[in-house]
Ligand binder design. Structure first.
Ligand code: AMP
Ligand code: GLY
Length: 427
């Protein structure tokens, strides 16, 4: 069948790399894609926000399955839009309905969903301009640190962890009164700070059955030792050594199953990925957030560790036949190290020539995140530029390999973290 993948980052490159290996894939299209995806299929110059153009491309290229990479189109209802198109009967869209995407699109929705279904998460309250004064009062009595979250999508920047009350009150005021996060911050979730160590689990579901993909851990801060500003993610490792079979059972029983059951009970159509960000305190897992898509750069370690045919699993998901499928994973560890533009996540320059990519060892994987092509020359075109994935018998081994291969690539201002996987030196 012909497949269309939507998006243009490392996640979409990794998904395209995996889908392209399937004997079930005839023609692969990526919109808008990047120079990496162009080596695997045909890039279409269509923005992920241009729903009518996506619908037209599905007709024109006889697409049978659309895999939606990023959250924005899902939160804006792309799945419902394509499924309602008379000219696209039987089209399989992998990505939840607009209502399902609210798990990511609204922190308040996600929190109340978790409470309704008894899913462990931090205690919280929500506030708007209507109960602003009650919010100020609540904050001044709240133990520190305090977590403030803009309700809507804020490109990963809507979470502030305040370490004193003055900062909490300033942030709260900026979010609600000064619209610092635009409409996303007109409602604010204030929640208890959770202690522990973070990890992510990835679920592929048709809204009834599900498969658990390999778990991963990402590194969000720009600086080594997990310091400095938050980024989209500077690297990732999989598996997660502390995710023992016992902990995974608890996660499945207390979080994954109630989530899928809850979606079904509430008649929320969900055919796609659920990416669950967890805080694990001892052996107790709590949900920090839901995402309605795969993670980036987590996909760059999860897909390489998947031995099963991804397209076959996606077709089963789209058709509601996931119960017949099992998952095979590669026992080796995988690590990805992300190279970014100097200055990221604040301002940075683009357009620097990239050299050395052809020297990367063929048993490693180079995924394009923010690259472009200028007169045939590969150049930097985003904050996060290239994600290099390597395998190893241990996480430390995979990270060392990914780093030494990353070192072969050059561009002006290149920066990367050298401590991805630092908690697991022996594993
Ligand atoms: P989110 O955008 O919800 O993933 O939040 C961004 C980051 O903030 C998370 O990856 C955590 O590191 C941190 N965070 C969010 N909520 C909490 C919480 N309740 N307690 C502690 N840390 C949190
Ligand atoms: N790496 C975190 C995310 O994709 O949201």
């Amino acid at each position: 069948m012909n497949v269309l993948i939507l998006g243009s980052g490392g996640r979409e490159h990794a998904l395209a790399w995996k889908v392209a290996q399937s004997p079930l894939c005839q023609k692969l299209f990526i919109a808008p894609g990047n120079p990496g995806t162009a080596t695997l299929g045909t890039n279409l110059p269509i923005a992920v926000s241009d729903f009518p153009a996506i619908r037209t491309a599905c007709t024109e290229h006889q697409i049978r399955l659309v895999l939606v990479g990023p959250e924005d189109p899902l939160v804006n209802g792309l799945t419902d839009f394509l499924e309602a198109a008379d000219e696209l009967p039987g089209l399989l869209v992998i990505g939840p309905s607009q209502q399902g995407a609210q798990l990511e699109g609204s922190k308040a929705f996600a929190k109340s969903f978790m409470i309704r279904h008894g899913i462990p998460t931090a205690a919280y309250r929500e506030f708007t301009s209507e109960n602003f004064d009650a919010g100020l009062h609540y904050l001044s009595d709240h133990p520190l640190p305090i977590v403030l979250k803009a309700d809507g999508l804020a490109a990963g920047k809507g979470v502030v962890i305040a370490t004193d009350h003055a900062q909490a009150i300033r942030t709260f005021t900026e979010m609600i009164r000064e619209a610092k996060f635009g409409a996303a911050g007109s409602k604010v979730v204030i929640e208890q700070f959770l202690q522990g160590i973070e990890m992510s689990v990835f679920v592929l579901t048709n809204g009834e059955e599900y498969l658990l993909l390999p778990a991963a851990k990402d590194y969000k801060r720009i600086g080594e030792g997990d310091t400095g500003l938050n980024t989209g993610g500077m690297g990732a490792v999989s598996p997660v050594p502390f995710a023992t079979p016992g902990l995974m059972r608890t996660i499945e029983e207390e979080i994954v199953r109630p989530t899928i059951r809850g979606l079904k009970q509430e008649n929320i159509r969900y055919r796609g990925f659920v990416f669950i960000g967890l805080m694990v305190d001892g052996n107790r897992p709590y949900v920090i957030e839901y995402n309605c898509r795969m993670g980036d750069p987590e996909t760059e370690v999860v897909m390489p560790r998947l031995r099963s045919d991804l397209l076959e699993l996606l077709i089963a998901t789209g058709k509601g036949e996931l119960n017949r499928k099992n998952l095979e994973t590669d026992p080796r560890a995988a690590a990805t190290v992300v190279a970014v533009s100097g200055g990221y996540p604040e301002s940075y320059h683009k357009g620097f020539p990239i050299t050395g990519t052809e020297e990367v060892d063929p048993d490693c994987l180079l995924f394009h995140m923010g690259t472009g092509s200028q007169n045939g020359q590969l150049v930097t075109q985003g904050g996060r530029v290239l994600s290099l994935t390597a395998f190893g018998d241990t996480i430390a081994g995979a990270v060392a390999r990914a780093q030494s291969e990353q070192a072969k690539i050059h561009y002006e201002g290149k920066y990367l973290r050298r401590d991805i996987g630092h908690e697991f030196p022996e594993l």
